[in-house]
Every structure is written in C-alpha cells, then in structure tokens.
Ligand binder design. Structure first.
Ligand SMILES: *Cc1c(COP(=O)(O)O)cnc(C)c1O
Length: 466
C-alpha cells in the first residue's frame, strides 16, 4: 500500500513513511493510493471480532509491508488493553433506531486514545528498526495533549513536548497532562492562546536546523495512521446493529474533520454507511461549507466544547481531494487560492459530490447545554458537551428528514472531562473514574514560556538535543 500527497508534489511513500512524516513534504496530506476493499460479509466478520483483533485486521490492510499482522495484533492488544471497558467501544441503545457509540473508555477519557495508543506503539516499532529517536511536538486545546502524553510516555525512542495555552484548558485536562512525570515528557504552558501555540509549532517545523537537531515530528490528526485506526469503530458499531448489508448513518461531533473523515474512509472501503452527519459547534465553518459552499474562516469562538473550537479543519483537504476526483493539480490551485484569499467558495460540482456522503448542522452553546439537560432528564445519564453537539444535531437530522433509518452518534468524551459545562446544564458533577480519583493530589510538572518560538526552542534544545 502506497500513500500519495493530496497536492501531487512529492513521491509516494509506504505506511511507515506516512506515519513518521505526518505532513507530506509538499504541504499536502497523505492518502492511500487506492481504498482497500472489504465486502459486507467480511465487514460483518471483522466487525464482530474482539476489538483489538478487528483493529489489527483493518490496520493490516493499510500497513502493507510496513508491519506484519502479528506485529499489529500484539500492538493492538496492548493498545486497547489499556481501555477500562472490555468492549472497548460499547454501543448504547437510546431508541428504536438510535444509538450512542461510547469512545471515552481509554486512559484519557476521550476518543483520541483510540488512535494515540496504537500510534505510540507503531512509532516505537518503526524507530527501533531504524535505530532512531524522535521528538514529537503537539499544540493542544486539551484532549490531544493528554492522549499523546499518555500514549508516548513509555516509548523508549520518543520525546514528547506538548504546548497548551496557560489557564485555558480545563483543570482536568491540565492535570492529565502535567501529572505525567517522565524524563521524555515536557509540558509547556504558553502565555497566549491555542492559536499562539499552533503558530509556534509551525515556526519550529519551518526551522530546518532545529528539526534536524531534535528530530522533530508531529502527531496531530493529519497523520494518516491516526485516521486508519479510527476507521475500526465504524466497522464494529455497524456489525452490531445492521441487518444484512443495511446502510447505517453516523453523526460525528467535528472539529478538525479527522474523526468523520475516518467514517468516510470506512465507507470507501465498502462499509455500508448511508450518510455521515457533521455536527459542528458555534465554530460552524464546516456546516457553512457543506450546506452553502462557503469555506471562509472567521475568528475562533470559545465554547463549552473546546476540542471543536477550530476554524480551519486540516483534514477537509482530504475530502476536497476526493470530491475533485483526486485531481492533485486542481486541489493545489484550490488550496493556494484559499491561502491567498483567506477563504473560498466551493464549486457546485464539488459540493454535489460532498453532499452524496455528508449532511451538516451547527449547534449553539445554548442548544448544547439544553441537550445535556434533556438527555439527563430522559435517560438519567450525563453526556459531555462534545457528545451533546452530536446528539442535538442527530435529533434535528431525523426531524428534518436529512437522515432516516438507523443513526449512531459518536460520544467522544467522558462527561467528567468537562465537569463545569455538565454541572451548569444539570446541577450534577460527573465523577471521574476511580483511576483518576487522586488526580488533583498528584504532583504536577510543567515549564512556562512566553508565546515566542525562541523561548520554546531553548527549552526543547536544552532537554532533548544531541
Ligand atoms: C478532538 C475532539 C473532537 C473533534 O474531532 P476531529 O477529529 O478534530 O473532528 C470531538 N470531540 C472531542 C472530545 C475531541 O477531543
């Protein structure tokens, strides 16, 4: 299996190459040269396997020669063995044709553990073979940082540096990152916003000498291996509820368009998916894009669902590439004009292709909180604000007729990761699982830096350069 760049300006690489590089050298994103195919019968067989085995089988279709099925089976067993629910991704029935797919039983209580736990193991194996080390850097608004640290803290060949905006992540998110004290883990609290953190990371990647010195790499959701790992729960969920080769809908709380694009990948692989519902919060650029063809970022509005407070959704480029029939030249022009004009109008033909697979909606903060309250009243259960955005959109999709038949809403975080919003909506404070009962008593370790690339560079070089 080879991976090509959406912008067509560099040569194809294998799975390991795409894993270690993250972004393609021409600035594009890696995509499989063709979609591996799974028949509905095989989808049912694989989807009914224990989760780790299903993951190994599906990942082996993407990994080609890079990792054997035995290696993948061991890594998947270890990765998903860290989850506290044996089913790994349990499906909860909410109504005759409605389900919620719980993706928060991993070590940091959000769906990002599904990809990160396996990614850490893939990195270690690949680096071991080539006797190399890497320094992984990530900017986080909360969930990516904790998932990356938890997954990479025991990797022998990886250092991990996480930048978060000081005082702007939830207390639980901060503690999950800063209470991991290991020689290869560095947390940096930046005096600034999440955008400042991201800008610093971009500047560091553009500094060739620094990249070489500390062997810098990234793990944000543009990394293909993360999306490959996230296709798996679409298969396991489908296999539990579909009759025959019946098509099922999935509604996905969306920020960077990674999770929902994994659903699209599953569909291209042959999984019977009717439509994918993109559920955005007040940062509604993806809804405007899909509903009206208007892909124009505005400034980021802080909401109760901070992991979706994103304006430019990196993975949307992958969908545009597909919708333009993989015409890399057309896509490169589109992305260049998007960068120059700070926005774009999506043409009707591309839009029609997108709408064959996607519907969209945007959910305000008020609607999010009232959905948490409504869900609690109706079912007695607490849901987190990201999940509530998804459920509120799913209910509207059914009411409007945009979706019909079976609908699975992805539940992306544990309510205790966002206790403030849940308490505002319901008056109840969700309890952290037992293994985090002492989270606020654990010692913390972090560095502080001004929002300046040089300050961050010095911290990293002092700790991790040769
Ligand atoms: C990251 C995240 C999302 C958004 O996922 P994308 O892949 O960026 O679209 C939704 N919910 C939670 C809890 C997250 O951490």
């Amino acid at each position: 299996m080879k991976y090509i760049s959406t912008r067509g300006g560099c040569s194809a690489v294998d799975f390991e190459g795409a894993l270690l590089a993250g972004l393609a050298p021409d600035g594009g994103l890696y995509m499989p040269e063709s979609w591996p195919q799974i028949s509905p019968q095989d989808a049912r067989r694989i989807g009914q396997l224990p989760y780790a085995q299903a993951a190994a089988e599906i990942l082996s279709l993407f990994a080609g020669e890079s990792f054997t099925i035995d290696e993948l089976s061991t890594m998947a067993a270890d990765a998903y063995g860290t989850f506290t629910d044996d089913r790994v991704a349990p499906l909860v029935k909410l109504g005759p044709e409605d389900w919620m797919l719980e993706l928060f039983h991993g070590p940091t209580l959000a769906f990002k553990d599904f990809a990160m736990q396996i990614l850490g193991r893939l990195f270690d194996a690949a680096l071991e073979r080539s006797d190399r080390r890497l320094t992984i850097i990530a900017a986080t608004s909360g969930d990516t940082g904790s998932a990356a640290i938890e997954a990479l803290k025991s990797c022998a060949r990886v250092n991990v540096v996480v930048l978060h905006p000081e005082g702007r992540v939830s207390a639980v998110q901060q503690r999950m990152m800063t209470s991991v004290i290991a020689p290869n883990v560095m947390n940096i609290a930046i005096k600034g916003s999440f955008d400042d953190c991201q800008a610093i990371v971009k500047t560091l990647f553009a500094d060739d000498a620094f990249v070489r010195d500390v062997r810098l790499s990234g793990v944000n959701s543009i990394n293909w291996a993360r999306l490959a790992a996230q296709t798996v729960y679409y298969f396991t969920a489908w296999a539990q509820i579909a009759d025959g080769d019946e098509a099922v809908n999935f509604v996905v709380p969306t920020g960077n368009f990674g999770d929902v694009f994994a659903g699209y990948a599953a569909k291209r692989m042959g999984l019977p998916i009717a439509k994918l519902g993109v559920a955005a919060n007040a940062n509604d650029i993806l809804h405007r894009a899909i509903a009206h063809g208007d892909y124009t970022p505005s400034s980021v509005k802080p909401t109760a669902s901070p992991s979706m407070d994103i304006q430019v959704a990196s993975n949307f480029e992958r969908l545009l590439f597909e919708a333009k029939n993989r015409d890399a030249n057309a896509l490169r022009e589109t992305m260049e004009s998007f960068a120059n004009n700070k926005g774009m109008k999506i043409d009707e033909e591309t839009l029609a292709a997108i709408r064959e697979d996607f519907v969209s909606d945007a959910v305000s903060m008020e609607e999010t909180l009232s959905e948490i309250a409504r869900h609690h009243k109706e079912t007695g259960a607490l849901i987190d604000p990201h999940t509530a955005v998804g459920r509120a959109a799913a209910i509207r999709f059914r009411e409007s007729g945009a979706l019909s038949g079976k609908i699975v809403t992805l539940s992306t975080a544990h309510p205790a990761k966002f206790p403030e919003a849940v308490k505002d909506a319901t008056g109840e404070t969700p309890a952290l699982p037992d293994f985090y009962a002492d989270l606020f008593d654990r010692p913390e370790k972090m560095e502080y830096a001004l929002a300046e690339p040089q300050a961050v560079k010095t911290l990293i070089s002092d700790a991790f350069a040769n």
